[in-house]
Design a protein around this ligand. Structure first.
Ligand code: URA
Length: 429
């Protein structure tokens, strides 16, 4: 086959067949296709979209480019959760140990921060010595031994997706529905899942700003899930304010541990229970949502979920004691206070995310160093009352200059109303 001919075919609006897609994807991984040719095909896909059959072929080829896990766990349900990203989203650290302690196998492949949103892998790496790059064999043994793990995508897992994603990032072809969905789902299929819960974030801090965009994404993801026999459920959740009371890196791990200790904010518990109950229903470990939520809450009460999280940290080389000690060594604090009495009526969550990037909780460029000590505490959130002069945000971290820069970015990121404001709904549908 000739790459330019396939690019022309897609450019002119014709459908590529499975063989053509597989050939192009293999060529990409084996460096037989030039980056400029891959870029041209991606742009043609960006403009013309993909049929369902093309999307399924792309997913299949991306999965086949690497390792496909097959866990030897007869009778056990293998599941994962995926979030489309936001600010303060630490649900994986709460949900995975809860589900794991209820017998669900969770081989999670997670991502780093993207644009202004925080990354699960970056947050885990804030735990002293915690390893996220684990080879496939060791990951399989870990899953066999403790039933769950959270690792980053390596060159063993969907290498085609890794390559294609890096070119999309450079060529303005990230926001393409078939490319986004095939990228997300290829990694989930490589995990060898029976079931998946997708937390699609909607709002001013999410990539999907409206529920109608989010529903289109959900339908595409479900279609791929069903074609590859993964039970896929969707929850749409509100990302028009940060999730929990903290956003940053290490502070989010500590907040998750507090949550697993029974001392977490309600929104984190509510969303974890909502997402987890869908997995327990899929796996038939519960007959209804109430029963599922009760079982999950019990794992917090009896301490098994927290034990599971400690087990994960130790299994991946992390130091739990050092992590707990590091939380109390905060060097600098700056505050943003309200200039009037009233109720918090809105928060500009994307801007808060960019301020976090400025503080070192995310990257502008690949090589940027992260600051694990930095973060923001949200002392008040939407619907809560605030008095003139009271702290709305507390910024903390080692680098005072970065905190000062972030403070300038944060001044106009919340509004205070004199009218009563209702607390916003977390689970949208
Ligand atoms: N996450 C992914 O893994 N891929 C995308 O394309 C977007 C988000």
């Amino acid at each position: 086959m000739i790459p330019a001919k396939l690019i022309e075919k897609k450019r002119d609006g014709f459908e590529l067949n499975a063989k053509e897609i597989a050939w192009f994807v293999e060529g990409t991984v084996e460096n037989k296709i030039d980056d400029c040719q891959l870029s041209a095909l991606l742009m043609a896909i960006y403009f013309n979209g993909m049929s369902d059959l093309e999307t399924f072929s792309l997913v299949e080829s991306m999965v086949n480019s690497g390792k496909r896990f097959k866990f030897n766990s007869p009778g056990n349900y293998i599941a994962d959760k995926h979030s489309t990203g936001g600010i303060g989203d630490k649900i994986s650290f709460i949900l995975a140990p809860i589900l794991s302690s209820l017998g669900i196998i969770i081989p999670m492949i997670a991502g780093r921060g993207l644009a202004y949103t925080g990354g699960t892998i970056d947050k885990l790496e804030s735990i002293p010595n915690f390893q996220t790059s684990i080879n496939g064999k060791d990951f399989e043994s870990q899953i066999q031994n403790i039933g769950y793990g959270i690792i980053s995508q390596s060159s063993e897992i969907c290498p085609a997706d890794k390559k294609i994603y890096s070119i999309r990032d450079l060529t303005g072809t990230i926001p393409s529905m078939p490319l986004i969905c095939s990228s997300i789902m290829s990694k989930k299929i490589a995990e060898g899942l029976d079931g998946l819960i997708m937390d699609i974030k909607v709002g001013n801090g999410a990539f999907m700003k409206t529920i109608s965009e989010a529903k289109i994404l959900a339908a595409e993801l479900k279609k791929i899930g069903s074609a590859f026999k993964i039970k896929t459920d969707i929850t749409f959740s509100n990302m028009s304010q940060p999730l929990g009371r903290y956003a940053g890196l290490r502070c989010e791990i500590i907040e998750s541990i507090n949550c697993l200790n029974g001392d977490g904010p309600n929104d984190l518990i509510e969303l974890s229970l909502e997402l987890g109950s869908k997995i327990l229903l899929q796996s038939k470990k519960a007959d209804n949502k109430n029963e599922a939520k009760k079982k999950m809450l019990e794992t917090i009460k009896n301490g098994t979920a927290l034990k599971k999280f400690e087990e994960l940290i130790v299994a991946q080389g992390g130091n739990f004691e050092q992590l707990q000690m590091s939380g109390s060594r905060i060097k600098n604090e700056l505050y943003i206070c309200s200039d009037r009495d009233g109720y918090i009526s809105s928060m500009d969550t994307e801007k808060i995310g960019w301020a976090l990037v400025e503080m070192g909780c995310g990257r502008r460029r690949d090589k940027d160093l992260l600051d694990y000590t930095a973060g923001i505490k949200f002392n008040v959130k939407i619907g809560e009352t605030v008095k003139k002069g009271e702290k709305v945000y507390t910024l903390f971290g080692e680098n005072i200059k970065k905190l000062e820069n972030a403070k300038l970015m944060l001044h106009k990121t919340f509004k205070v109303s004199s009218e009563t404001i209702l607390k916003s709904k977390l689970i949208l549908c």
